[in-house]
Design a protein around this ligand. Structure first.
Ligand SMILES: [Zn+2]
Length: 220
């Protein structure tokens, strides 16, 4: 039986899970994120080997799902919504530097790592005004997505969304209501999967995403 592997590569933690073809989780490991890139890659390989337990691995990847299908960009690239530019309302704009090199990415403003860099503390220690800034930046990013895709519902998962809770969601909804035009406002909710959202999403994309490639290969 081939396994499907989901990776959640976060700024503070790595989570790796193995699932069967029905999406049932079989094993999971979690480690702190190393500062060094090479050390991080070696750790990921070791974690994958641990959850796979010697079984063959069917496919690893991340992606963007539109109408239930995995969307791929040119040459197998995929959209990077964390690296979209968002209008800033930040008390420390000089500290906003994304790991990709740009100075106005959503990820630099609203990810766990970005928040630590900008505010000098983890998300769970932000005060009300700082949460309002994070909510404004996420709200502007979701406004971009709502304007381009007009989704009915946007669900947010991961550590920042779980930690921010309603004070984050309320600020996001207010930003969307104030700035989005011409499209219906999406219902913004917290994912019921919480911290596991990225991991479970990665596994389901790994399972679903393989099918078109396999049919394509057969057709050829
Ligand atoms: Zn970036």
């Amino acid at each position: 039986m081939s396994l499907y592997i989901g990776l959640d590569i976060g700024g503070t933690k790595f989570m790796v899970a193995a699932a069967d073809a029905a999406g049932r989780e079989l094993a999971r490991v979690r480690e702190d994120t190393p500062a060094d890139l090479r050390e991080g890659l070696e750790l990921l390989h070791a974690m994958i080997a641990r959850v796979a337990g010697g079984a063959p691995i069917a496919g690893i990847g991340g992606g963007f799902v539109v109408d239930g299908r995995l969307y791929r960009g040119a040459s197998g690239a995929h959209p990077e919504i964390g690296h979209q530019a968002v209008p800033m309302r930040c008390a420390h704009p000089e500290r906003v530097v994304c790991e990709c090199g740009a100075s106005d990415c959503l990820e630099a403003l609203a990810s766990g790592n970005g928040i630590h860099r900008v505010y000098g503390k983890p998300a769970e220690e932000l005060n009300g005004g700082e949460w309002a800034e994070v909510a404004y930046h996420l709200g502007q990013a979701l406004r971009n997505l709502a304007t381009i895709y007009a989704p009915g519902v946007i669900t947010l998962g991961g550590g920042v969304a779980v930690g921010g809770g309603e004070r984050l969601l309320g600020g996001i909804r207010a930003t969307l209501a104030a700035h989005a035009r011409l499209v219906p406002l999406p219902d913004v909710r917290q994912s019921i999967l919480g911290y596991d959202t990225a991991l479970r999403g990665a596994i389901s994309i790994a399972i679903d995403g393989l099918e078109p490639q396999i049919s394509q290969m057969n057709a050829d």
